[in-house]
Each structure stands twice: as structure tokens, then as C-alpha cells.
Design a protein around this ligand. Structure first.
Ligand code: GAR
Length: 201
């Protein structure tokens, strides 16, 4: 299966996917067709280029309606014929226009055990709340914020002496493992969805 990856920032999750692919450890994936960033200066762009992957920069214009931006996104990525779009730190909430072009074929990594701590700085939210356990979630994307059916989750305990930074770093380590696992599951079709529940096989 051909996949495309969307990023907005440092791109460590994207780089983990690329590394696994380069080392033949990403079952079900035949090609990483592109890495697209909505931020011109995203450090992840250089990482993608270092893996020899085509990079695309497509920022939203000032005051551009969301639908128009998403139409441009679709026009940009459709020609690649990718079967799956992976949101790896892509910090825009995609709406109907884009999702209708990729129905059920977009997944996202979020740094909390959903449905807890949606939105930005999920690790900081969890830390400030005083949780004993948070973690990360890979889910299908629908029109709700961090709300689609869950594919995989990995708990990460908050340890005695953790700071926000160390907690975040240990969650990120697990994200790097979890996202590639989910990409393979989806690309190999080893799942079925019944209502909100995703069965893996
Ligand atoms: C990751 O922690 C990812 O889970 C999070 O952004 C970070 C991107 O890091 N995404 C979200 O919060 C989406 N709601 P990366 O660019 O180094 O992969």
C-alpha cells in the first residue's frame, strides 16, 4: 500500500515510520509517497528529505476558508494515489472537505489515552491533572476532535520524579512504536470496525 504522511513540526513520529520502512520493518507498506507539512519551517521536512522522501509544503493562506484550503490539500495529494494518510503531529483539525476524499483512510496519533485530554498539549494537561497513567492513542480520523474509532493504545505511567518534559519524552518513545504498528495493521487490512470498536486480527 502507498501511504502519505502529514506533519506540522519536528516530525519524529514521521521519521520513526520512515526508519522502519527503510529497514523493511513496516509490513504492508510499499511506498511512502510524500511527507506534507502545513508549516513552511517544520524541522520534520529536512528529516523526510534525508530519507529521500518527496516533501510538500502547503500552508493555509491568511483568512482562507477551511474548505478552500482542504480542496487545495486534496488536489495536491490525490495524484499520488495513496491508500492511507497518516497524521503524525499534523496540528490542523481536518473537516468534511478533506475527509470525504479519504473516507476512513486517515489515521492520527494523539499523546494521551483518549478520550481523556483531547486537543493541544495533551501530555501537559495529563501531568497538570495529576494522572498516574497517560499514554498514546492511534485512531481513525473523523470530523470530531481526536474522536474517531481507536486502533491501538499504549499506557505510560507517570513516575515518581517525572517532570512534564520527562513524561512527554517517555510518551513520545511509545508513540514512535505504536504509530508504525497501527500503520501496518491498517495497510495489511488486519482489522474490522463495528460501530466504534476496532477488532484487530
Ligand atoms: C506528537 O506527540 C503527537 O502525538 C502530537 O504532536 C507531537 C508531534 O511530534 N500530536 C497531537 O497532539 C495531535 N493532536 P513529532 O512532530 O515529533 O512527531
Amino acid at each position: 500500500m502507498k501511504i502519505g504522511i502529514f506533519i506540522s513540526g519536528t516530525g519524529t513520529n514521521m521519521a520513526a515510520i520512515c526508519r522502519n520502512f527503510a529497514e523493511n520493518r513496516l509490513e504492508g507498506v510499499d511506498e511512502i509517497s510524500f511527507v506534507l507539512s502545513d508549516k513552511r519551517n517544520a524541522p520534520g521536512l529536512e528529516k523526510a528529505a534525508a530519507f529521500g522522501i518527496k516533501t510538500i509544503v502547503l500552508p493555509k493562506k491568511k483568512d482562507e476558508p477551511k474548505e478552500d484550503y482542504e480542496s487545495r490539500l486534496l488536489q495536491e495529494v490525490r495524484p499520488f494515489g495513496t491508500s492511507l494518510i497518516v497524521l503524525a503531529g499534523f496540528m490542523k483539525v481536518l473537516g468534511h472537505t478533506f475527509l470525504s476524499g479519504y473516507d476512513g483512510r486517515i489515521i492520527n496519533i494523539h499523546p494521551s489515552l483518549l478520550p481523556s485530554f483531547k486537543g493541544v498539549d495533551a501530555q501537559g494537561q495529563a501531568f497538570d491533572y495529576g494522572v498516574k497513567v497517560s499514554g498514546c492513542t492511534v485512531h481513525f480520523v473523523d470530523e470530531t476532535l481526536d474522536g474517531g474509532p481507536i486502533i491501538l493504545q499504549q499506557p505510560v505511567p507517570r513516575l515518581e520524579g517525572d517532570t512534564k518534559e520527562t513524561f512527554k519524552a517517555r510518551i513520545l518513545e511509545q508513540e514512535h512504536i505504536l504509530l508504525s504498528k497501527a500503520v501496518s495493521i491498517v495497510c495489511m487490512g488486519k482489522y474490522s470496525i463495528s460501530g466504534r470498536f476496532v477488532t484487530l486480527f
